[in-house]
Design a protein around this ligand. Structure first.
Ligand code: BG6
Length: 298
């Protein structure tokens, strides 16, 4: 297992060739490569990687609010999707398991990178979030053909607060017109394109033929599969994350985003975002919430 780090990013690779790269800015995973060097995440060619803006691509972290914050709520003064994706996180270190020689083990190494964010690391916290105390440990585990991201969110203060969180994963696909998402056939959703419309389960796999922005809640299947040419490509499983958002901006919306590139980049990505966003998750003083997702290459 090899690791390199500077004051902006941490990179790790396995003896089998897989690698992951994480920016301290937002603790954003910006690259996850297979052993053959193939990139599994979409990263906009115009993404800001210097900390000036949330990263357009990779795995931005949503916390403590998903989407635009509601009015008259402790998150009201926060930016869309909260502050985790625009804050500078601390690298806490790694733990790795080297290849085992045991006859029944798969013999594969894995590496876990931990990152931390707490209220005392933030220079300015807008509005009411100033009075809340929190500590987050974000663990990113790379193993053979798998990337796992998990969060432990702690209330370190003496007041209860509410949060939403989500992994805003931009998966790389070769051709969006041949991409389908399976596992949400039986789940009703909120369609955010053109206003938030409650929509009943489609009973069919999702294909993308225009702008898609849907919050499936509660997602009934534990496993979501992203296929290309009807062949499974990514398999996503989740823990404590009841909701799944599927997003592709299509040509029109991508064209309005200054940091989205290249101009046909929307054909090469699909966001399948696992989270706890359809309601507020209440965290009492002293309590910890844990949740995560695992993305497996098929
Ligand atoms: C998705 C939302 O999660 O994120 C969309 O459902 C939103 O409505 C998209 O457009 C991108 O958000 P942002 O803030 O990164 O441009």
């Amino acid at each position: 297992v090899s690791i390199s780090q500077d004051n902006a990013r941490v990179s790790a690779s396995l003896p089998t060739g897989e690698s992951v790269e994480v920016l301290l800015h937002g603790a954003t995973v910006i690259s996850w490569k297979s052993a053959n060097g193939k990139e599994n995440l979409f990263l906009s060619s115009k993404a800001h990687l210097d900390g000036s803006k949330a990263v357009r691509g990779g795995v931005p972290l949503v916390f403590p609010v998903f989407g635009p914050p509601p009015a008259s709520h402790p998150t009201s003064g926060l930016p869309q999707h909260g502050f985790a994706r625009t804050s500078k996180w601390e690298y806490l270190g790694k733990s790795s398991s080297e290849s085992s020689k045991l006859p029944n083990s798969s013999g594969d190494a894995s590496i876990k990178l931990d990152f931390g964010l707490s209220n005392d690391m933030l220079e300015s916290l807008p509005s009411e979030w100033k009075k809340y105390a929190f500590g987050i440990t974000y663990s990113i585990t790379l193993s053979r053909e798998e990337l796992e991201t998990s969060l432990a969110i702690r209330n370190t203060g003496d007041t209860t607060w509410d949060f939403q969180t989500l992994f805003h994963t931009y998966l790389a696909v070769d051709d969006i017109s041949k991409t389908s998402v399976h596992g949400l056939e039986e789940t009703s959703y909120t369609d955010k394109v053109g206003g938030a419309k409650a929509t009943s389960a489609s009973k069919a796999p999702i294909t993308i033929t225009g702008e898609v922005d849907r919050v499936y809640s509660p997602a009934l299947s534990q496993k979501i599969t992203v296929s290309e040419n009807k062949k499974a490509k990514f398999e996503i499983t989740r823990d404590e994350l009841g909701d799944v958002v599927v997003w592709n901006p299509w040509e029109g919306k991508a064209g309005t985003m200054a940091d989205f590139g290249p101009s046909d980049g929307w054909k090469k990505m699909i966001c399948v975002e696992t989270g706890a966003v359809s309601k507020w998750n209440n965290l009492e003083a002293g309590d910890t919430w844990e949740g995560g997702q695992r993305i497996k290459l098929c």
